[in-house]
Design a protein around this ligand. Sequence first.
Ligand code: SAM
Ligand code: SF4
Length: 334
Amino acid sequence: MRNPLIDPFARAITYLRISVTDRCDFRCVYCMSENMTFLPKRDLLTLEELDRLCSSFIDLGVQKLRVTGGEPLVRRDIMSFFQGMKRHLDSGALKELTLTTNGSQLHRFAEDLFRAGVRRINISIDTLNEEKFAKITRWGKLENVLRGIDAALAVGLKVKLNTVALKDFNENELFDLAEFCARRNMDLTFIEVMPMGDLGQEDRVGQYWALSDLQTQLASRYTLTNLPDRTGGPARYIKLEETGQRVGLITPLTHNFCESCNRVRVTCTGEIFTCLGQEGSADLRGPLRSSEGNKILENAIRGAISSKPRGHDFDYSRGNEGGKMTRHMSHTGG
Ligand code: SAM
Ligand code: SF4
C-alpha cells in the first residue's frame, strides 16, 4: 500500500461508506418526504465507476467498505458490484465488505451476498408491529423484511438490527425488540434521530428520544455492562447480561464521537463527504471521468481528506434542529 490516508487531525481513514443509489422502495418518515425527487440516472456513477472508485480507496488503505443508499438492493445489477469487490477480500486488502439495507429485497439476495464474501449485515427495522411498520416506512411491508432476516440468518450472515429510537413510536417496544434479537442471536443498535434534510410536516425534535433515557429503561429489566468495544464511529456498546446480547447506542446528539472518526462517505454521484454532520463536500466524479488512469482521482481523494473537519455540530438542546444538514440521509448514505 502507498501512503495511507491521514487527515489533518492525524486520524487514519480506513472505512468507506459508499451510497450506490439515492432511490428506495420505502419512504421512512424521518428519512424522506413522500414525494422525493430523485437524481437523474445519468448523474449516478456506473457500476464500473463505483468499482474503480472503491478500488482506489482500498489501494489507499481503506479496509472496510459499507454499501448503503437509498436502498442498495434496489440498484439494478448491484450483485455484480459485490462480486467485483470480492477480489479485494480475496487479496486481503479489504477486511470487511458489508451493507446496510431495509431488508425488503434480502430474501432474493442473501445467498449471493454471502457468496460475494459478505459476512455481516445491518438491517434497519423500527418496529415489529405490522401497522406501525407500514406507517413509519409509508410503503414497506413488515413480512418482507422478516422474510429477509430469516433468509440472511439461514445462509449464515451475522445480522445486526438498526432501530431509530422514536419517542411515542417504539418506546414501548424496547423489550420486544431486544428479545426478538436475543432469540435469533442478533445484535441490536439504536440510533438517535438526526437532523438530516427537510421533511415538510415531520418534527424531529418531537421525535427525539434520548438514548440515555432508553438505557435507563433497559436497566429496569436487564443488568447492563458497558463494553469497551469501539469501531471509530458514533456507537458505544453495552451488554445485556441476561441474554448475552450486545446493544449499540448511536448517540451523535448526546455524545461526541468525532475524535476517533476513521470514515468518509461517498454518494452515488461521487461526492465525498468527509463528515456526516458538515455541509462540505468535494467532487470525485469529475476526476474519475477525466482520465482512465487513477492518478487524478487519487489526488482528489487525498485533497478531500486533507480538509476533513474536526467534527459535527448537531444540537437539539435549544429546542430546534441545531447543526441541521440540508441533505437527506438517503443522499449521503446512513
Ligand atoms: N435503506 C437502507 C436502510 O434503511 O437500512 C440504507 C440507507 S438508510 C439512509 C441507513 C440508516 O439511516 C437506516 O438505519 C435509517 O434508519 C437511518 N436514518 C435515516 N434517516 C435518519 C435520520 N434522520 N436520523 C437517524 N437515522 C436515520
Ligand atoms: Fe429508504 Fe433506508 Fe431512508 Fe428508509 S431509511 S427511506 S429504507 S433509505
